[in-house]
Design a protein around this ligand. Structure first.
Ligand SMILES: Cc1cc2nc3c(=O)[nH]c(=O)nc-3n(C[C@H](O)[C@H](O)[C@H](O)COP(=O)(O)OP(=O)(O)OC[C@H]3O[C@@H](n4cnc5c(N)ncnc54)[C@H](O)[C@@H]3O)c2cc1C
Length: 409
């Protein structure tokens, strides 16, 4: 699986090299496999540091101990057709002029390059935050959160000082966006039972959600925010808005107004930015270091390099806003990149990318959620079922695309 592709193999028909096997990159690989089934001469290469795809949208469940980390890591060999050459290696840089990835196993050259390397947590340079707070951006991160919560409850069970016990059993989640809300809800729902298992009173654990802005789920409809706030309150989550964090210290999170938020475990879910590797490259970047692209998702001034997913800064021409870092957006961009690469190969005009918003669904705890779909807001069991259905459908669609492999059929 570890064969690097030489730039010298590049010809008119390929190779097409895709950096990143996340939502966007994997989708490009799977769709191109299907679209180019009658063009076996076009080489497709997918590069990632892991030999599995991570279903990141399910990470809050791993962090809440309700799902095993292994269940959200799907082996790439179970998904990729034999014609896709997979290279497991770390990408360390880019040679943009020659469209080469610089990797741990040597340079990988391409005719067309697709950059889909996702994002990483953004600590907004808040002092101490990266050192003192955990993040939830991979299955391993999520496992660490669950392990930290279990350890804190263990320590609380043997603590004699009620103040210390209260502090240890408090989980503080920073960032009231969808990730923070999902995480806080999941933990609040499971912690009472887990506390009992540790010999603690079920009402001992507490979950605090700390948000710098005036509301959680910023940008959502007031109805959705209201429904989510009610469910969180019902689960006992204490939501603090207008609570910007100034620093993370040994004592806890120090807010800008001077208050101290104490806890046993701190998790940061306050936003994302482009990977370090992009910051150190000559790629044109915009807000949060995301890569600027044209309407066809080609990197500005690099027409043979495409970018998709969290890495790409894509402005929706209808609103003038940059699209948010969401799996739904990454999948649609991946689809568009695959179609445009097909158009390039066939000498057809490229299609401008348009985002078709299918709606917004957030789980709040293990049984309830909130959803805004086609202008209708729902909250409760139905929205949670919807979230489950979306994740199930995603896993099915990946399997369905795999079915296009002519060798596999
Ligand atoms: C906890 C959590 C919950 C979320 N829930 C939702 C949700 O419910 N709905 C929703 O729409 N969105 C959700 N999101 C956002 C969504 O997960 C992202 O928008 C999506 O993963 C972006 O896809 P991507 O392909 O750009 O990047 P990723 O899916 O992150 O894929 C990037 C890939 O690049 C690889 N890679 C990166 N750097 C290198 C390197 N240097 N060398 C080699 N390989 C590398 C990584 O291993 C990874 O496989 C959530 C995010 C988080 C963190």
């Amino acid at each position: 699986m570890n064969n690097a592709v030489n730039a010298s193999t590049a010809g008119n028909g390929g190779p097409i090299v895709i950096a990143g096997a996340g939502y966007a990159g994997l989708h490009v690989a799977l769709r191109l496999t299907a679209i180019l089934r009658d063009r076996p001469e076009v080489e497709l290469t997918l590069v990632d540091r892991h030999d599995y795809h991570q279903v990141i949208t399910e990470l809050p469940r791993v962090a809440g101990g309700t799902r095993a980390a292994g269940a959200v890591r799907i082996p790439l060999q179970d998904m990729l057709a034999t014609r896709v050459r997979f290279v497991q290696t770390e990408i360390n840089g880019f040679d943009l002029a020659d469209r080469r990835l610089l990797t741990g196993t040597g340079p990988i050259g391409s005719r067309w390059l697709v950059l889909a390397l996702g994002s990483r947590p953004n600590d907004f340079a808040i002092p101490g935050l990266a050192q003192r707070a955990l993040s939830v951006y991979s299955a391993s991160d999520a496992e660490r959160v669950w392990a930290a919560v279990s350890k804190a409850l263990d320590e609380a069970a043997s603590a004699t000082d009620p103040e210390q016990q209260r502090r240890l059993t408090t989980v503080v989640v920073g960032g009231g966006g969808a990730t923070g809300v999902e995480l806080a809800g999941e933990l609040a729902e499971v912690l009472p039972e887990v506390a009992s298992d540790h010999g603690l009173a079920p009402d001992r654990p507490a979950v605090q959600l700390v948000e710098a802005g005036p509301t959680i789920l910023a940008g959502s409809s007031p109805q959705l925010i209201d429904k989510a706030t009610r469910i969180l309150s019902d689960l006992g989550v204490s939501v603090r808005t207008n609570a910007a964090i100034a620093a993370a210290t040994e004592d806890g999170l120090r807010l800008k107004d001077g208050q101290l938020v104490e806890g046993g475990v701190f998790v940061w879910a306050g936003g994302v930015k482009a990977p370090e590797l992009v910051a150190g490259s000559e790629l044109p970047t915009g807000h949060n270091g995301r890569v600027k692209v044209d309407q066809y998702l080609r990197v500005l001034d690099h027409p043979e390099i495409y970018a998709a997913g969290d890495l790409a800064s894509v402005t929706d021409p209808r609103t003038g806003h940059v699209l948010p870092p969401l799996a739904q957006v990454a999948l649609e961009e991946g689809e568009s990149v695959a179609r445009n690469l097909d158009a390039e190969l066939k000498g057809r005009p490229l299609e401008a990318f348009t985002f078709h918003d299918k709606g917004f669904v957030v789980s709040v705890g293990t049984r309830r959620g909130v959803a805004d779909i086609a202008g209708i807001t729902t909250g409760g069991r139905l929205a949670h079922l919807l979230k489950d259905a979306i994740e199930w459908e995603y896993r099915q669609s990946v399997r369905h695309l795999r079915g296009w492999d002519p060798v596999a059929r």
